[in-house]
Design a protein around this ligand. Structure first.
Ligand code: ZN
Length: 237
């Protein structure tokens, strides 16, 4: 239990560091964000395709595996469609005055969506270990790698929504702390669970990651060049 909480803590710290960097160097962080997000997403995609999904498939039947992946994908799709962007970085490529206006009313929804997502990040870190040792280590690394730009993007979005630096940092850390809650939830719920249950949860989380990677990479590809000037007008230096 202590080991799993330490691992989830490590992933959470990466998000905290991202949030702190975003608040401290908002202009410079904005310029580096697409690169960091791209790297984080590639790591997540790699581990999902080479570890999470194959390990889950090994303990599940074909239909059960497909249903679990699809349920994870659809959960994130539903939250993104009806609540808010599940990845803050997806909102940033089109960041402009209109987005900033919308964000002022939607910042709470964005934080709710991110809290759902971060809880599942925590579950992912915890479930990989019992299923197969190497999946746990690689999932921890990939989740931590994408948590840095995730925290950074959330802090930038909250600054853009008009939050003071202190409030942006507080809420970024509060939202990202749900990763720890996810780790605890996963450790308690999956204690002594059968391999097929672990596989189903891992496949569900993997399906969500596939949605996240797909939408983020599409958003980055569609990124408009005026992000710099928009960032300058909307974010504090
Ligand atoms: Zn995440």
């Amino acid at each position: 239990m202590i080991g799993t909480m330490l691992q989830t803590g490590l992933a959470t710290l990466a998000a905290f560091a991202g949030g702190a960097l975003g608040v401290a160097w908002s202009q410079r962080a904005m310029r580096r964000l697409p690169l960091l997000v791209g790297l984080g997403m590639m790591a997540l995609l790699w581990v999902t395709l080479t570890d999470a999904l194959p390990d889950a498939r090994a303990v599940l039947s074909g239909p059960a595996f497909a249903a679990a992946v699809l349920s994870g994908f659809c959960l994130f799709w539903l939250v993104s469609r009806h609540v808010s962007h599940i990845c803050p970085a997806c909102a940033l490529p089109n960041f402009d005055a209109a987005t900033a206006d919308r964000l002022q009313t939607n910042a709470v929804l964005l934080m709710v969506a991110l809290a759902v997502h971060s809880t599942l990040d925590g579950v992912a870190v915890v479930v990989g270990g019992p299923l197969s040792g190497h999946a746990g280590r690689e999932m921890l690394l990939a989740v931590s790698l994408h948590k840095l730009p995730e925290g950074l993007a959330l802090a930038l979005l909250l600054l853009g929504a008009g939050y003071s630096r202190r409030r942006a940092l507080f809420w970024t850390w509060a939202v990202e702390a749900t990763t720890l809650a996810g780790g605890l939830l996963g450790a308690l719920a999956l204690h002594g669970a059968s391999a097929s249950w672990l596989g189903a949860v891992f496949a569900h989380v993997g399906g969500g990651f596939l949605y996240l990677v797909l939408t983020t990479l599409l958003a980055l590809a569609r990124r408009r060049p005026r992000i710099k000037s928009a960032g300058k007008s909307s974010l504090p230096a």
